[in-house]
Design a protein around this ligand. Structure first.
Ligand code: BTN
Length: 349
């Protein structure tokens, strides 16, 4: 409903009368006024006059309320901590797909949190359903890959974690990261027009600089994955010189740096969640091939000369392919092929 009001404003680009809205939406003018107050509370600047009605003056850069309106199946959740309580007789349902939209049906927002991944792991442990999304404006203890810190300046970037309960084996968990990398690259491209690429294993890149990363954590038992938490960090409005420490300034970028103006996190997140929904269903219904084909199309790595640091080992060679488990296949100078499961990759030319 809020989404429809926003759309009416955008379509008209001028005042929309209370009567017009009430007719179109089938609710009273008093109910319209309540919605306008919700939008104002979420940071929308809306002018109101008795004679002409309402006019949208300014939209906020991020609004979780608006995000919920952009995800068709999202529930409008008021409490920041939904009382997830599932008994063994009523377990959280698994992600079988096919039952309509699931990614983002619960969106939980924190103004400030240690790490959205840690919060999502705790919520998943309490029974948060498949498709729950945790978003924060700020992270105090943002986690990166390989035990690193993820720099998380407040109200600038995307810090988001998605809880999935996939019916796949733990050895196939890489598929979730690959699916997320593809979804993020496509979501960023659709919402900003920028050309985003993927650097193995899961870095989001623009113009050879790191735009974002993915951190997948999971709980499994002998029967398979109990739940997975996929953390997504994307630099949207940060200024690399001001917001990032010196060691990453030169290698990081943000959407604002690339486009020269502030971008709405709301719309970027909405596109990413829609892509995740799509690619999760592709994976379930068509298998891994279409996903891998898309990953390869978006790859900044394949065909390039690279150096990979994996633990204490450093390998140099040409990145030839990824195998069906997401391992990098490197052609070494000797001509031999080397498979690498994880590491830090630098492109050499
Ligand atoms: C990487 O090192 O490239 C992965 C970075 C992942 C960062 C995101 S931000 C949201 C989520 N919460 C965290 O603590 N980390 C991930």
């Amino acid at each position: 409903m809020l989404n429809e009001i926003i759309n009416m404003f955008k379509k008209k680009g001028d005042f929309v009368s209370g009567e017009e809205m009430s007719k179109k939406l089938g609710i009273t003018r008093a109910a319209i006024w309540k919605k306008i107050r919700i939008l104002r509370g979420a940071g929308y600047k809306i002018q109101a006059t008795t004679a002409k009605g309402y006019k949208l003056i300014k939209t906020p850069e991020f609004s979780v309320e608006e995000l919920r309106t952009l995800i068709p199946t999202a529930t409008i959740e008021k409490s920041p901590h939904p009382p997830f309580a599932f008994s063994s007789a009523n377990p959280p349902e698994c992600g079988k797909g096919g039952q309509g939209g699931i990614v983002g049906r619960e969106i939980i927002f924190f103004e400030s949190i240690g790490s959205t991944n840690t919060a999502a792991l705790e919520l998943a442990e309490k029974g948060a359903p498949h498709g729950t999304v945790v978003i924060a404006d700020r992270q105090i203890k943002g986690k990166g890959r390989l035990g690193r810190t993820w720099v998380s300046p407040p109200k600038k970037n995307i810090y988001m974690s998605v809880i999935l309960r996939p019916e796949i084996e733990p050895k196939d968990a890489t598929l979730l990261t690959i699916m997320t990398a593809v979804s993020c690259a496509k979501g960023v491209m659709k919402s900003t027009g920028l050309k985003a690429e993927i650097k193995w294993p899961n870095d989001l890149m623009i113009s050879n600089k790191k735009l974002g990363g993915i951190l997948t954590e999971m709980k499994s038992d002998p029967d398979g994955i109990v739940f997975a938490v996929i953390g997504i960090g994307i630099n949207v409005n940060s200024k690399t010189k001001k917001d990032f420490p010196p060691d990453i300034r030169g290698i990081a970028t943000s959407i604002k740096e690339e486009l020269g103006k502030i971008q709405s996190r709301t719309f970027i997140i909405a596109e990413i969640l829609k892509e995740l929904e799509h690619w999760y269903n592709v994976l379930l219904n068509e298998g891994r091939k279409p996903l891998f084909d898309e990953w390869k199309r978006l790859s900044a790595t394949l065909g390039r000369k690279v150096r990979v640091t994996a633990g204490d080992n450093v390998f140099t060679g040409v990145a030839e392919d990824i195998d069906k488990g997401g391992m990098l296949i490197l052609r070494l100078p000797s001509g031999m092929l080397k498979k690498i499961s994880s590491g830090d990759l630098t492109m050499m030319r």
